[in-house]
Ligand binder design. Structure first.
Ligand code: NDP
Ligand code: MG
Length: 395
């Protein structure tokens, strides 16, 4: 391994991006920041450029990029500011980059993650939507490009840690019976269905254990986050739907478990802090400091319960999409993104999120899925079907 690794952090201004920079700052002798990206958060990206001096900063929004350019110039920094979605693809695939942290939210993260795969980078994948929308194509690009894929999502990072090193995509061959994904249950774990219907964006975003971006916070409240993670686990570990189980664990200390044929169950535990899986993936196979407090098991009880699929239909819908195959998961993801955005903007109620996804899944069941273009077309069709459904529900 090279002495100094060049890192590109996509989605640097977000929750995962900021945690990543916190870890990188602890290891200046090991990592150098090559590029940072944001969509609109000029002030935050500017502060990050000042602290990390990257060669490039990408602002997706053109006006925000101009604003950032002015500030960079005023501060006398050498960082070059690029704009537009294509610039994300360029920095992710740049020949000088070793590590790409894919931490953009939503399907918008797919093209740059694919570019990192095709150019053989070490990819730290937080953007689970990449796998949900185009898992087959992305995994093939990782193999062909010779990329190293390391999951940052805490559950998948835990499973990766609990699988034997010799695992190369055949769970049976290493004696695995099931992968158990733990779920906190989110802020509405014990709330009655009628009260959930009236939930506000503020209540949905108040996660008991994690501080995250608004989209994944709502996904956590509907438990669609776990649904997306089921599909993510399918692609990452080549697991069939019947090998993936969901277990509610309100304390978020056991990050996931692997059950073996002989009855052994291996888990990874830790204080809920995303810097642990990020540091694991940055340092792999070495262990590097993450700035995370030790786990005090004297102070914590651990409990487990079955998920309530009646109050949280999104988990069931995700299993359904996984079993349908084709473009179903891309449609599920797109409908979810549109409905979550509408909910956050108070244009629909909490219960409408699952209803919109179910309606869209039914409509797009037979959509073609042979190529990336087919999947992007299914994504577009699902977005417009979801908008139609939500408009009709309001009028
Ligand atoms: P945030 O909303 O906090 O951050 C999202 C980042 O993506 C920001 O940098 C944002 O820029 C940027 N962005 C938003 N829209 C676009 C776009 N259209 N094109 C390019 N960039 C865009 O999200 P999180 O950090 O919470 O989540 C990021 C990803 O990681 C998600 O896929 C999530 O599911 C996954 N993840 C997150 C976890 C967490 O603990 N937060 C845990 C496990 C997975 P700007 O700030 O300028 O808007
Ligand atoms: Mg997770």
């Amino acid at each position: 391994m090279k002495a100094m690794q060049q890192v590109c952090v996509l989605g640097a201004t977000g929750s995962i991006g900021t945690s990543t920079l916190d870890v990188l700052a602890r290891h200046p002798e090991r990592f150098s920041v090559f590029a940072l990206s944001g969509a609109r958060s000029v002030e935050r990206l500017f502060e990050q450029c000042r602290a990390f001096r990257p060669r490039y900063a990408v602002m997706v929004d053109e006006a925000a990029a101009n604003d950032l350019r002015g500030r960079i110039k005023g501060a006398g920094l050498a960082t070059e500011v690029l704009s537009g979605a294509q610039a994300l693809v360029e920095v992710a695939g740049h020949a000088d980059v070793d590590i790409v942290v894919a931490a953009i939210v939503g399907a918008a993260g797919l093209p740059s993650a694919l570019a990192a795969a095709r150019t053989g980078k070490r990819i730290l994948l937080a953007n689970k939507e990449t796998l949900v929308v185009a898992g087959g194509i992305f995994m093939a690009a990782v193999r062909r490009g010779g990329a190293t894929l390391l999951p940052v999502d805490s559950e998948h990072n835990a499973i990766f840690q609990a699988l034997p090193r010799e695992f190369v995509g055949d769970l049976e061959a290493v004696g695995v019976r099931s992968l158990w994904l733990t779920a906190s249950g989110g802020p509405f774990r014990t709330l009655a269905k009628e009260a959930m219907e009236r939930a506000t964006p503020e209540q949905a975003c108040a996660h008991p254990n994690w501080v995250m971006g608004p989209k994944i916070s709502v996904d956590s409240a509907t438990m669609m986050n776990k649904g997306l993670e089921v599909i993510e686990a399918h692609w990452l570990f080549n697991a069939r739907a019947d090998q993936i189980r969901v277990l509610v664990h309100p304390q978020s200390v056991v990050h996931s478990l692997v059950e073996y044929r002989d009855g052994s169950v291996l888990a990874q535990l830790g204080t809920p802090d995303m810097r642990t899986p990020i540091a694991y993936a940055l340092g792999f196979p070495e262990r590097i400091a993450a700035g995370v407090d030790g786990l005090d098991l004297f102070k914590r009880g651990l409990s487990f319960e079955a998920p309530d699929l009646e109050r949280f239909p999104c988990v069931r819908l995700a299993f359904q999409a996984l079993e349908s195959g084709g473009a179903a998961a891309a449609a599920l993801n797109a409908a979810n993104e549109v409905a979550v955005e509408a909910f956050l903007a108070r244009r629909c109620g909490f219960g409408a999120i699952a209803a919109a996804i179910e309606a869209v899944l039914d409509r797009l069941a037979g959509h073609a899925a042979g190529s990336l273009e087919d999947l992007l077309e299914a994504d577009r069709a699902a977005r417009s079907a979801a908008r139609e459904f939500l408009d009709a529900a309001r009028s």
